[in-house]
Design a protein around this ligand. Structure first.
Ligand SMILES: Cc1cc2nc3c(=O)[nH]c(=O)nc-3n(C[C@H](O)[C@H](O)[C@H](O)COP(=O)(O)O)c2cc1C
Length: 216
């Protein structure tokens, strides 16, 4: 097998896993995965990522509960505005999707730190190169790449993950406060991590011809 074959096999066989066995994950494994995450590329090597590994089931359950609480509050708001069907769907369909980490032994909170660089200090900020919101996204971009590294490394190591923004869209502020995350950190995504209890089907992808435009 060539290096390419191995990489392709890892990429193609990874799945988002939502059911985990009771088997705990070793701290050493988590550190190993973060070592792979941190070798992702980042804008001017700014490394705009940090990770919190929640390895306490009670804490993970608290995050699940906060997600459900926020979801029910949103559903109640929608119901009040007469959006009954949407409110029900939110609870019934999005609820389980946003909380699919509940039996994971580890929840990795993927943070994006503020993007700083010499370019920004010396050139971009003085000339107001782009609006502030663009810089907020800059940290997120590199953080996403690090999380993808982490997921592929976990899979190659026999572990399973699921990337999730459901809990972030619903309960980012509550998560920040529960875990003492400083205000300037953005909660990008959470990843459940553990040993898979099942292997979900390989979901189809759009054909290459549909998503690629070659300009010669
Ligand atoms: C940005 C992002 C957010 C996601 N949020 C959730 C989520 O909240 N809950 C969930 O169960 N899966 C979530 N997923 C996983 C996707 O559902 C999954 O990647 C997709 O269906 C393709 O399946 P696969 O990863 O097994 O190939 C998310 C994935 C991404 C990239």
């Amino acid at each position: 097998m060539t290096l390419y074959d191995t990489v392709k096999e890892v990429i193609h066989s990874r799945r988002s896993v939502r059911r985990f066995t009771e088997q705990p994950v070793a701290v050493e494994d988590v550190k190993e995965l973060i070592d792979c995450a941190r070798y992702a590329p980042s804008d001017t090597n700014s490394q705009t990522w940090e990770f919190i590994a929640v390895m306490n089931r009670e804490r993970i359950r608290q995050i699940e509960q906060m997600t459900w609480d926020a979801l029910h509050a949103k559903a109640a708001e929608a119901e009040k505005r007469g959006l009954t069907k949407e409110a029900r769907l939110l609870v019934k369909s999005f609820g389980p999707y946003a909380t699919a980490f509940s039996d994971a032994p580890v929840l990795i909170i993927g943070l994006a730190t503020p993007y700083t660089s010499k370019f920004r200090d010396r050139i971009f900020d003085p000339i107001q190169f782009v609006p502030e919101a663009v810089w907020e996204e800059e940290g997120i971009k590199s953080s996403c790449l690090a999380l993808q590294n982490l997921m592929l490394a976990a899979h190659a190591r026999g572990l399973a993950t699921c990337p999730m923004t459901g809990p972030v869209l619903l309960a980012a502020d509550a998560i920040k406060s529960l875990l003492d995350i400083p205000p300037d950190r953005q909660v990008n995504m959470v990843l459940s991590l553990g040993y898979a209890a099942d292997t979900p089907a390989k979901l189809p992808r759009k054909p290459v011809e549909e998503i690629l435009r070659i300009i010669e």
